[in-house]
Design a protein around this ligand. Structure first.
Ligand code: SME
Length: 158
């Protein structure tokens, strides 16, 4: 396993993902522990993009429970169907919210977060087992390119 993540912040976003994805594949390949893989994935995403917050919520019974993340402290439990994360879980669809103040029911773990992407992670029975949550403190940083590549990354995890 690589000991150091290669990051080149001079590249455009697509190129950064293209460099990151094979490194993430190598990191999670052969490791079956979900928490270990979520921890390294959140760290690698933060190192690459320096987002305000990036991490995971794990499905436990009828709620999402905070998993590995990078950033400031966050809400620990989110109910099915609540907030952006609970909505992504219930709808089984990726959510891109360019302005969180326009999303009814958004759960503000930090008032600094202004835009958000949430991607569901599925097991082999197509059940949602976790969600990836990315928060930005700047408008116009997150976009559909992130959604596309983050879906690919979430596909590597389980
Ligand atoms: N904003 C999320 C809650 C999680 S934090 O952003 C880390 C939501 O509405 O589900």
């Amino acid at each position: 396993m690589a000991e150091e993540l290669i990051v080149n912040s001079n590249l455009d976003k697509k190129q950064q993902y293209e460099i990151l994805i094979p490194q993430l594949k190598a990191l999670v390949q052969g490791e079956k522990d979900l928490v270990a893989n979520l921890a390294n994935t959140s760290a690698a995403l933060r190192q690459t993009f320096n987002w305000f917050w990036v991490g995971f919520y794990i499905v436990k019974n009828d709620e999402l429970v905070l998993g590995p993340f990078q950033g400031t402290i966050a809400c620990t439990r989110i109910k099915y169907g609540k907030g952006v994360c609970g909505t992504a879980w219930a709808s089984q669809k990726s959510m891109f919210i360019p302005n969180v103040s326009e999303f009814p029911g958004h759960i503000a773990c930090s008032s600094l977060s202004v835009a958000e992407i949430v991607i569901p992670i599925f097991n082999s029975q197509d059940e949602v087992v976790a969600v990836l949550d990315v928060d930005s403190d700047k408008f116009d940083v997150l976009d559909e390119t992130d959604v596309l590549y983050l879906e690919k990354i979430c596909g590597l995890i389980y």
